[in-house]
Design a protein around this ligand. Sequence first.
Ligand SMILES: [Zn+2]
Ligand SMILES: [Zn+2]
Length: 361
Amino acid sequence: MGTPSNITEPGNTMQALVLLEPHRFEIQTVPVPRPGPGEVLCQVRATSICGTDPKVINGKTPGWPPDYPFILGHEWTGQVVELGEGVVGWQPGDRVVGEPHKGCGYCRQCLTGNYNMCDNYGRPETGHRHYGFRSQGSYAEYMVAAARTLHRLPESIGYVEGTMVGSAGVALNGLRLAGVEPAATGLVIGPGAIGLCAIQLLKAMGAARVICVGRAGARLNMAREIGADDLIDSQRGDAVQQVLDLTCGRGVDISIESAGADEGPTWAIRMTRLGGKIVLLAHFVPSERTIPIQEMSFKQLTMYGVKADPNTYDQVISFVAAGSLQLKPLVSHVYPLGDFARALDTFVNRREGAMKVAIQN
Ligand SMILES: [Zn+2]
Ligand SMILES: [Zn+2]
């Protein structure tokens, strides 16, 4: 089979960003991985830096990675290069976006669609993979991924914006779990990358109005640009009272907490109407935290925990292709793999109003 001209035939080695130990990484020449049965070798085109990446790099995440040296990266797009044994449905050159989670496929969680919570998590001998966390990831020229984690990326979606499909997938997972009532009033606390996806998805799924709470600045302005109807500067006045004032004193139908700030869950409880729903999308720093449980009970609220982005990619891609979800504006900076240290600094320190920072090969 001839290789399409737009992919580069791999040699035996490639450049990769290798994490050597906590805090220490460098670009190294490493062997190109070979696809096993059910796997596909892909040429990586772009990877977005995820909020978890700096935590893993700094050694703050026990079990991630399982060993050193390790190649991180899990929010990636690329092209199919070579098929492993038994793979059908893909051709060299196909444009893809890859999911980070691949379950064992046969445990109870996997069989009920919850492969993000596979009972065999972290046991590669069962077939489980978690790319960029437990299995080698995408900060490299090539990557091996299980065929079942790949989704077709249409020509209309660029490689860089395509790396955001998973972030939008986290938001979609949460909104789908909770359900969005027609013409609902939604609230998003924290207009980061996932929060900005949640604003758009709330609208796309039928919300009539979305309020966004965040610190004044580029992110809150972006919230307006991508469709939020009312903005509340969290540092000016009483944010809870302002949300109640905007909703005739009742509170919103559905609240999305995507800030990860200490006061976020409590605000969500106070800002949501009687019988309403709260979706927790943020990664909270593990700590003792009190939330007004009694208020939650008496208001008969339902709170949804959300883990990752299972079964969301094709729906997200459809929303993007249809124009109801914009991912492009959320990527503020793009760097080559060789500039990873600068890219990481830009992302972590939010330099130049950085939002999502991508590595492009
Ligand atoms: Zn991520
Ligand atoms: Zn499983």
